[in-house]
Design a protein around this ligand. Sequence first.
Ligand code: FAD
Ligand code: UQ1
Length: 411
Amino acid sequence: GDYYDVLVIGGGTGGITMAARMRRKLGSSGKVAVMEPSEMHYYQPMWTLVGAGAKRFGQSGRSTASVIPSGVRWLQERVGTFEPEQNRVRTVSGAQINYKYLIVAMGIQLNYEQVRGLPEAFEEAGIGSNYSGLYVDKTWRALQDFREGNAIFTLPNTPIKCAGAPQKIMYLADDYMRKTGKRDKANFHFCTSLAVMFGVKKYADVLAKIAAKRNIAVNFRHNLVEVRADRREAVFEKLDQPGETVTLEYNLLHVTPPMGPVNVLKGSAVADAAGWVDVDKGTLQHKRYPNVFGIGDCTNIPTSKTAAAIAAQSAVLDKTISRVMKGKAILHAYDGYTSCPLVTSYKTCVLAEFDFNGQPLETFPFDQGKERRTMYHLKADVMPPLYWHGLLKGLWGGPGIYRKMMHLGFK
Ligand code: FAD
Ligand code: UQ1
């Protein structure tokens, strides 16, 4: 079979970022390959704004061909099995690809079918989901079509990527309905499997106040289990009262689907018992195979799954791989940095940033727990070019160094 010095599985955020970094490290072409089946690469964080009509879906995607770094081979295939003892993978079509170093960046899988009635319900009106390119435009359609009644926003009982996104669309919808004069005919419900508004107390407190001020009912420990699109009903199980369900009628339903590890990882040699790539959280090196690494949503790194986390992880993994290649001892450098721009209206945002311990790790020398216009501008206008021209080129390792500089200057 074919051989590459570095084989990257997955051409999403983490995969393209690491391919760019490895290409720069290894120089001459043909040494690095990315296996990615999709024709298109999407900047998923924009879908929050697409679902609210503030950006168009077309602005969120570019061809995979255009984001593969020059000198990196694109293998347009799907991995089928991992054989790390033999330093190779097999594609679903049976080809063997050998490597010296493997980077797994396969993302997280959306499991809509784990909710009864989905995904068929998306064929009806009044329901959308910002998490999928297939359904994000339906969120915006449903917002525009809304006249009166219940507007319901869900958060599932599984790990998810960008844990703030289920709420961002709710605050945008609230703002939209105030602007269009429909808000007084709407009842807003946030139905979340969690018992808190957010995993970090500082931001949870801020969000609880915002929801109360905007007259949004928060139903904790409610997990969506069924959608009856013909009757416009959403059924929730009460996680603290086993066997009990609540049925709510909806005129607008935004679904955040259950998520989990991608199927081919489950039970594979590189995964942990749950199906996540089993890496050291400080170095991103595999716990059993020293020439295998993981980055991003597919790993068991105990931090919130975001592109911002991948930015910080990519700088750490770059160093880890350099040291492994040189036979040097590796450093436990990743602190869990992750960020979630909590969009709270069409012009405001609370920029949450935190580490493994849920301690705020804010970049700017002001309190990011306040709703700010500057942070909305950062999310809507600064992040997309930073993603395409910084992160995906391997040039953006997260804001850590700027945080340290600014805090030196201001404290
Ligand atoms: P992905 O980018 O999802 O890439 C995984 C890739 O693996 C895919 O291209 C897939 O095709 C490929 N793959 C899967 N199976 C196989 C296989 N068998 N063989 C080969 N390839 C395979 N993050 C932020 O930082 N800030 C935000 O504001 C933000 N907002 C978000 C809002 C929404 C609505 C969503 C959906 C996400 C948001 N995120 C945000 C999260 C961010 O987009 C993800 O965390 C990030 O893109 C994950 O990158 P990844 O490389 O781990 O996975
Ligand atoms: C970030 O680095 C990043 O990845 C490029 C995001 O994803 C789009 C983010 O949402 C955020 C907030 C960051 C962090 C960057 C700064 C400047 C705080």
